[in-house]
Design a protein around this ligand. Sequence first.
Ligand code: RIB
Ligand code: CA
Length: 309
Amino acid sequence: MPEAIIIDTDPGQDDAVALLLAFASPGEIDLKAITTVAGNVPVAQTTTNALRIRDLGQRGDIPVYRGAEGPLVFPLETAEFVCGPDGLSGADLPAPASEAAPGHAVQAIIDLCRAAPEDGVTLCPLGPLTNLALAFRLAPDILPKVRRIVLMGGAIGLGNITPAAEFNVHVDPHAAAIVFGCGRPIVMFGLGVTLQAIASHDQIARIGACGNAAGKAVSGMLTRPRPGGLGSDGHPMHDPCVIAFLLWPELFEGRDCFVAVETGDGPLRGRTTIDWNGRLKRAPNAHVVSAVKAHELFERMIERLATLP
Ligand code: RIB
Ligand code: CA
């Protein structure tokens, strides 16, 4: 039985690869909707990008809903210096041929959860957690419908956007604190594991040689220039780790930990304190993933991407 999921996203090249991997896995994943949020680029652009990627995967059957314009409290910070002015540099995709569905992403998350059975929907946030936080505050009744939240965000060590924080949590730490406090099962993919998920040059070449439009776009995104100072030389596939976990959990290792989020506006803003050794004697609120078999992950990802149009 495929797992019913909602991908909440701020495309972004790695979001794009995550979406394509989900499109390529209909046997395991029933993607109910794509909801967009401001993050890598403003929400108008992340929504356009989600539509462009949906067209690339020829999945017009999956609705795209536009979401939050910015974080709950702080002004929006975006990352064009990493992903390019349109958020998808290297992909070389045309303008979207379709439009977003009517209605706000937060309401769509609420409606889809309300229509589901208990533990009926997995939420896969790949950007700032604003939409999920708003949904949980507006409609706490949906929480029992959330089977698990598998998210990309946070860091056990150095951040990327600041020394303390990973970008998604830095942008909206208040939303992250709400999600980490929601009481539903969380699987956390922080930089500690996602910076391990870097494809080799050979693997990138094989993606480009898939012979389909998806492979060409992914290869272009993974071979684009990359700014320094982000903790890696290649392009880490942060967000695809989330989808890969749904498909191949055996490729990952982790530990249940208590995670706290710093919401102050100082140098520690967005810090995720991960109590890896249980020193705080607090009940764990997340399964923190710490390791991935990266080579095998990309071998399997190449096989899936090759099945796309
Ligand atoms: O810090 C990496 C995360 O921030 C990724 O999800 C990337 O797409 C951006 O959203
Ligand atoms: Ca993202």
